[in-house]
Ligand binder design. Structure first.
Ligand code: GLN
Length: 542
């Protein structure tokens, strides 16, 4: 039977609860256990799909087409286990289910209440589908004390009693702030946060304490005493150079040992941490450096591009180089010449995006890369912009545009309301809901033998994750191919362009899907490895 680890956060948000959970998952996996990581998000949206990336960061898409929290990306990257629809739930989704049941009359006349109905629905979700796992790690979003989180905390409190003894433990992540004037790290916020947790009936078994400098033994003892947590289970979690150092750092502090001890697992199997050492050494000892410009719209919030940043770093590991990122707001190029910004970089990446604002700047970036023969990687929106650029400049279709920006005489990119998923027809209404209705999740693509992209994958049949509403319009295929932009990858039915490339260019590739979602530190995605290799070549030229 699966054992449960509930991970809560206290004091402030952004302490890295997702990475801490992922790292603990990786450490248990390194000891031979089968682990599953799940996220319970207290907000009211049914999923984060309709939220602005500036509000919520990246929307991580799973193979089965769920739009989920970006922490699921960390879970996948750290454990290699592909997440699915059932690994992330929100208050909105729980309530949606409950209200539908109430309307059907399924509650048989009962008054529907937070306790027991909402908490039961949360518990059923947490317990579902865990047969094949040794450990299920459930991270609760937000910070203890948030009003929205109460039903989730109540549900995990109840689970502590519902499960057999020793079936669940609670890990609480907090912060010790350093007060410069006193020259001390302070324990009080942690004490208060644990008091808050205990007032709702949850006694943490382990405290994971973030601090920017080593925690003195006395302060650890103090937290142990006041928070009623064993001294060895007060684990210091210091800042590290890269997130891939976290598993080893937490292991050295004894996190996984304490977790297993809290479950009474003795003797514990030894961990195999070689691959973590390899990744961490790879990042620590680069043999060179390349600079990649990311021309986007949400460059103010790096969380909006989480998987992309990681995938570029994985590409760096594959080539033993450090990848420096140069963030550029695409709107700048609508007023200023791109040359001074882009001349000094070794590759240009235009990532996914939505809406017209900034799109002309992305089109100009694609043009700069194409004309100057700089490596160009266009992802989703970045492919669509590259196709519009090629249509306008190479094929002479002056009004080429996307219907995402309004009606167009030359809809080189257009809204798609019908497409095939395997053997099933998917249909959408042009004016339908925005939530959960894009082309989402894994789709197959066929790559033209001999194309650059087929060579990079070493394969002609691939599966990648999608998240978009618009598609490159294959009605323009012949004209664009005649002008030098080949449609190297198509959906298996030949209707939807999946990848484009420019033959007469060292590295110019656009993909309609999001390869960054499947890249792992241990298995860098071939497109990112190849793009960074092209940037390395470029860096030798300049
Ligand atoms: N806005 C574009 C579309 O919906 C691209 C989306 C994306 O880049 N993820 O098709």
């Amino acid at each position: 039977m699966a054992r449960y680890i509930f991970i809560t956060g206290g004091v402030v948000s952004s302490l890295g609860k997702g990475i801490a959970s992922a790292a603990l998952g990786a450490l248990l996996q390194a000891r031979g256990y089968r682990v599953r990581l799940r996220k319970l998000d207290p907000y009211l949206n049914v999923d984060p799909g309709t939220m602005s990336p500036l509000q919520h960061g990246e929307v991580f898409v799973t193979d089965d087409g769920a739009e989920t929290d970006l922490d699921l990306g960390h879970y996948e990257r750290f454990t290699g286990r592909p997440a699915n629809q059932m690994d992330n739930v929100t208050t909105g989704r729980i309530y949606k289910e409950i209200i539908a049941k109430e309307r059907r009359g399924d509650y048989l006349g009962a008054t529907v209440q937070v306790i027991p109905h909402v908490t039961d629905a949360i518990k059923a979700f947490v317990l579902d589908g865990n047969e094949e796992y040794d450990f299920v790690l459930c991270e609760i979003g937000g910070t203890v004390g948030d009003i929205e989180a109460m039903p989730f905390l109540e549900a995990i409190r109840q689970l502590g009693n519902d499960l057999p003894r020793g079936g669940a433990i609670y890990v609480h992540l907090t912060l010790m702030p350093y007060i410069a004037t006193a020259g001390e790290l302070k324990t009080k916020p942690t004490q208060h946060s644990v008091k808050e947790l205990r007032s709702i009936g949850i006694q943490p078994d382990i405290l994971l304490v973030r601090a920017d400098r080593p925690i003195p033994a006395d302060e650890r003892r103090k937290m142990s005493l006041f928070c009623n947590v064993r001294e060895t289970a007060v684990i210091q979690a210091l800042d590290v150079a890269t997130i891939y150092d976290v598993p080893i750092a937490y292991h050295h502090e004894g996190l996984d040992t304490e977790v297993l001890a809290a479950f009474g697992i003795d003797p514990a199997p030894k961990p195999q941490l070689q691959r973590w050492h390899q990744v961490s050494n790879g990042i620590r000892n680069p043999e060179g450096e390349v600079t990649i410009a990311i021309v986007g719209k949400y460059t103010g919030l790096k969380d909006a591009y989480k998987s992309l940043i990681e995938a570029l770093q994985h590409g760096g590991i594959a080539n033993q180089v450090k990848v420096k990122l140069d963030w550029i707001e695409s709107e700048i190029f609508e007023k200023e010449d791109p040359a001074p910004y882009l001349e000094r970089v070794h590759g240009i990446l235009v990532p996914g995006g939505f809406g017209e604002r900034g799109s002309e700047g992305k089109i100009l970036s694609a043009r700069f890369a194409r004309e100057r023969k700089l490596p160009y990687f266009g992802i989703c929106f970045g492919m669509q912009m590259a196709v519009i650029e090629a249509a306008r400049t190479l094929a002479g279709i002056d009004g080429a545009s996307s219907t995402e920006f309004g009606p167009s005489q030359e809809p080189v990119v257009g809204l798609m309301t019908e497409w095939m998923r395997g053997n099933e027809l998917e249909q959408r209404a042009a004016e339908g809901d925005l939530g959960g209705t894009m082309r989402l999740g894994s789709y197959k693509a066929s790559l033209k033998p001999g194309s650059k992209i087929a060579e990079i994958y070493g394969d002609t049949e691939i599966t990648e994750r999608h998240r978009h509403r618009y598609e490159v319009n294959r009605a323009y295929r012949e004209r664009l191919e005649a002008a030098g932009l080949s449609f190297a990858g198509m959906s298996p039915d030949g209707l939807l362009p999946e990848t484009v490339e420019i033959d007469d260019h060292p590295w110019f590739i656009g993909v309609q899907y999001h390869p960054e979602l499947k890249s792992r530190p241990f298995e860098p995605h071939p497109l990112f490895a190849s793009f960074i290799a092209a940037a390395v070549d470029q860096s030798r030229l300049v």
